[in-house]
Design a protein around this ligand. Structure first.
Ligand code: AHR
Length: 317
C-alpha cells in the first residue's frame, strides 16, 4: 500500500522561473517512461506497474530501457522530447547527469514527474522545473536498516556496506541514513563500503573479494535486495553461514528477499515500493485539474523480519 503525504518544499533556486508546463486535457495522453535498466525484479515490477495502469489512465506509453547507462537514459529522454510526448515520467538513474534534460523538457513545454529517484536540487528543482518527485524517503530507509542491525547485534558489528549505483539518490541517501545512524554507536564499525551497482552478480563479486580482505566481517548492509542475495551466495561459497556467522539487512521487499528471511539467511528488509504507476496516474490527473501538488509525494514503506514474513509473502514481487 502506498500512503501519500506532501513533504516540505525543496529549497534551491530554479534555473528557469517560467511556470511549469501544463498536462494537456486529452486522451490518450502520450506518456514517455524512460527506465534505467531491467536487470532486477524491482525494475521489472516498476515497469509493469506503468504498463498495467496505462489503459486505465488513458496513457499511451512510449517506453525505453537505458541498460544501466545514465548517458543512454539522457538520450532516450531527448528522443522522447523530440517525439513531443505529452508527459515524461522517469526514475533518474543518477542525481546529476539527468538534471539538464528536465530543464530541456520544460523549455519544450513538456511536463515531467520524477519517480523513485530524485535529482540534485541545485540543478533542477521539484515544483519549479518539474511537477514533483514521487518516492520513498531513502535516508529513513537507511536509518531503519541501521536501527534493526544495532538491535540485532547488540551494538557490535564489523560491517561491510554494499552501496548502490554510484551517483544515484537511492545510494547516496541510503548510505547517509545508515552511516549517520550508526555513528553514535562505537561498536558499529564499517570495515568496507563499496558499490555493487544495485546488481546481484556485482554484489556477489564485491562480497567475494571483501570476504577475503575482511574475514572478520560480522554484518552486511546492502542498499538493495539483489546485492544482499549476491552477498548471501558469496558468504555460502566462502563456507560461512548467512544469518548466523554474518547478519544481513537490506532494502526493497522482493520475493527473493522475503524467502531469504524465511530461510533465516536475511535478517530484515526495509520495503521500497516499486509500484509507481497508479500513484503517478493519480498525481498527473490532479495536476491536470489544477490541484496543487507538493514537491515531494512521499511513499511510505513497510518493514519485514521473521516476525511478519509469513503474512507478508504476498507483498513480494
Ligand atoms: O531506486 C530504487 C532502487 O533501485 C531499488 O532499491 C533497486 O532494487 C533499484 O535498482
Amino acid at each position: 500500500m502506498i500512503a501519500v503525504a506532501c513533504a516540505a518544499a525543496a529549497g534551491a533556486a530554479s534555473a528557469d522561473d517560467a511556470p511549469l508546463p501544463k498536462i494537456a486535457a486529452k486522451k490518450p495522453l502520450k506518456v514517455g517512461f524512460a527506465q534505467t535498466e531491467s536487470n532486477n525484479p524491482w525494475r521489472l515490477a516498476e515497469t509493469k506497474s506503468f504498463k498495467d495502469v496505462a489503459a486505465k489512465c488513458g496513457w499511451q506509453m512510449v517506453m525505453t530501457d537505458a541498460n544501466s547507462s545514465a548517458a543512454k537514459q539522457v538520450s532516450d529522454i531527448r528522443s522522447m522530447i523530440a517525439q513531443k510526448v505529452d508527459l515524461l515520467v522517469f526514475p533518474p538513474r543518477e542525481e546529476k547527469p539527468l538534471a539538464p534534460v528536465i530543464l530541456e523538457a520544460k523549455k519544450a513545454g513538456i511536463p515531467v514527474i520524477l519517480v523513485d529517484r530524485n535529482v540534485d536540487q541545485s540543478l533542477a528543482v521539484a515544483g519549479k522545473d518539474y511537477i514533483t518527485f514521487i518516492g520513498s524517503d531513502f535516508i529513513d530507509q537507511g536509518k531503519r536498516a541501521a536501527d534493526w542491525l544495532i538491535k540485532a547485534t547488540n551494538g557490535n558489528a564489523k560491517i561491510i556496506e554494499l552501496e548502490g549505483s554510484t551517483g544515484a539518490s537511492a545510494a547516496n541517501d541510503r548510505k547517509k541514513g545508515f552511516d549517520d545512524e550508526i555513528a553514535s554507536h562505537s561498536g558499529m564499525q564499517i570495515i568496507a563500503s563499496q558499490s555493487g551497482d544495485f546488481a546481484r552478480d556485482k554484489g556477489r563479486q564485491v562480497m567475494e573479494t571483501l570476504l577475503q580482505s575482511h574475514p572478520e566481517v560480522t554484518a552486511v548492509y546492502a542498499h538493495n535486495d539483489e546485492m544482499a542475495l549476491g552477498a548471501i551466495a558469496a558468504i555460502k561459497a566462502a563456507g560461512k553461514v548467512p544469518g548466523k556467522d554474518i547478519t544481513i539487512v537490506s532494502i526493497d521487499g522482493t520475493r527473493g528477499a522475503l524467502e531469504a528471511i524465511k530461510a533465516g539467511e536475511l535478517g530484515a528488509d526495509v520495503q521500497s515500493s516499486p509500484f509507481f504507476g497508479p500513484i503517478s496516474c493519480e498525481v498527473a490527473e490532479k495536476y491536470a485539474k489544477g490541484e496543487s501538488i507538493g514537491p515531494w509525494v512521499k511513499v511510505s514503506d513497510k518493514f519485514y523480519d521473521k516476525s511478519n514474513v509469513d503474512a507478508s509473502m504476498k507483498d513480494g514481487y
